[in-house]
Ligand binder design. Structure first.
Ligand code: ZN
Ligand code: FE
Length: 257
């Protein structure tokens, strides 16, 4: 559990390796859920804390992010991307990039982070210092490109990279250990990556989540945020390549890793 300005963040492990997130404002007694991989563990967490969902925020249409919505929605307001509404559960509020909405009495900005899917959105709560990225920016990784192009994902990742350094990146899966193996294979001499990998291994050895992470550590270590960083390009022998080409190369190598 993390205490931010006015809200509390709770990470809820779901399915085999998914994460859902609860944001709770104790003043207003509002509780938001970000993504609903399955209902049972989320309902158990709500019951244990005596919280009732007021909002459900959906990032994208994949089953492991929406399957719990029907069982959990009750009287909650269900929010998702307008461009994806046709393949999401019924929405009470459809949002697009640039929208600002209030969730748990927090300003919440909508970012289009297409790439993994077209229409994937992220939710940024600037005053709480939280961004919910699901399968776009992940801890030491990024989502596989099922629908978008490398250029689209690189553009999405740059939007996320531009957020304040101390933002907590709340991503959708516990893939960090294998992401770390891959990152080290590309960038073996990055001292920040080496020390982060040790922390990841220690956390996983005792079953602790490696999510959320901070944007600062992602900027220093996540290969998919470093496609335009000279040291990283040099490590790949791609000094003169464009950032999109470096990103595309890294992403395709990850697909085969
Ligand atoms: Zn997905
Ligand atoms: Fe997913």
């Amino acid at each position: 559990m993390t205490n931010t300005s006015a809200v509390e963040l709770v990470v809820v492990p779901c399915l085999r390796d998914n994460y859902a997130f609860l944001v709770h404002n104790s003043k207003t007694q509002q509780t938001a859920l970000i993504d609903a991989p399955e209902a049972a563990p989320i309902q158990a967490e709500l019951d244990a804390r005596g919280w009732t969902l007021t909002d459900i925020l959906i990032t994208h249409h994949h089953n492991d992010h929406i399957d719990g919505v029907a069982a959990l929605r009750g009287n909650a307001r269900v929010i998702g991307g307008k461009a994806d509404a046709r393949r999401l559960p019924d929405l009470d509020l459809a949002v697009t990039e640039g929208d600002e909405i209030a969730v748990c009495d927090q300003r919440t900005h909508i970012l289009d982070v297409s790439g993994h899917t077209i229409g994937h959105i992220a939710y940024h709560m600037p005053d709480a210092g939280l961004v919910f990225t699901a399968d776009s920016l992940m801890a030491l990784g990024c989502g596989r490109l099922f629908e978008g192009t490398p250029a689209q994902m690189w553009d999405s990742l740059q939007k996320l990279r531009a957020l304040p350094d101390d933002t907590l990146v709340c991503s959708g899966h516990e893939y960090t250990e294998s992401n770390a193996r891959f990152a080290v294979s590309l960038d073996p001499d990055n001292p920040d990556l080496i020390s982060r990998t040790k922390r990841i291994d220690a956390a996983r050895a005792v079953g602790k989540p490696t999510v959320p992470s901070t944007l600062t550590e992602e900027k220093r270590t996540n290969p998919f945020l470093r496609a335009d960083v000279p040291e990283f390009k040099a490590a790949l022998g791609m000094n003169d390549a464009s950032a999109v080409d470096v990103f595309a190369f890294a992403r395709s190598r990850k697909d085969k890793f």
